[in-house]
Design a protein around this ligand. Structure first.
Ligand SMILES: Cc1cc2nc3c(=O)[nH]c(=O)nc-3n(C[C@H](O)[C@H](O)[C@H](O)COP(=O)(O)O)c2cc1C
Length: 169
């Protein structure tokens, strides 16, 4: 195995290069406050614990979703299907915030949170904790309900590209 020692000044570049080797499932995180609903593409989503069932998400503090999440009590993590690349692009900035929900099949929970009806999975969460760190905030979501779509075929992001998964040889 080749090992590379990185000059501390080059650590940013090396860190980016290392992160390109992470394969991450693409999600759209949705939330609403009294005035607005919003959704944003995110891959910084990780299972946290089974007891209680919980996950964490990392949001850049500059995003509109971060703003909304400050007041919101609940949010939804919509796991994208491998054929939903267009949705991922729209919800990561290609389409203006208000127009994003015109794409895809969206429903709403009783408390107004949009969720993608044909997502691979919908994880409906209660905001349990928020931890600021650097430019981001780590949010812990306690999972209250889950919706599942049968066939497992998530959209994956790796090396700055969208990919599909297949079993290893
Ligand atoms: C594949 C992908 C994954 C992303 N993951 C995250 C993430 O985990 N957290 C985050 O804050 N932004 C993430 N982003 C960036 C946001 O989707 C993007 O900044 C978005 O447009 C937020 O802007 P908005 O305030 O207009 O919604 C990701 C973008 C892409 C394309």
């Amino acid at each position: 195995m080749n090992t590379v020692t990185v000059d501390p000044h080059q650590v940013d570049t090396a860190f980016r290069a290392a992160m390109r080797r992470f394969a991450s499932t693409v999600t759209i995180i949705t939330a609403a406050d009294h005035e607005r609903r919003h959704g944003m593409t995110a891959t910084a989503v990780t299972s946290l614990s089974m007891s209680p069932p919980s996950l964490l998400i990392c949001l850049n503090q500059k995003t509109l979703l971060h703003d909304i999440m400050f007041r919101a009590r609940r949010f939804c993590v919509n796991v994208l299907h491998c054929e939903q690349v267009e949705l991922s692009a729209a919800f990561s900035g290609a389409v203006a915030a208000e127009e994003r929900f015109a794409l895809g099949t969206w429903s709403r929970t009783e408390d107004g949170i949009p969720y993608l009806a044909d997502a691979q999975a919908n994880l409906f969460c209660r905001k349990a904790a928020a931890i600021p760190y650097g430019t981001h905030t780590i949010l812990v979501g306690q999972v209250e309900h889950v919706g599942l779509r049968d066939a497992i075929a998530p959209l994956v992001y790796q090396d700055a590209s969208y990919c599909v998964t297949s079993p290893a040889a």
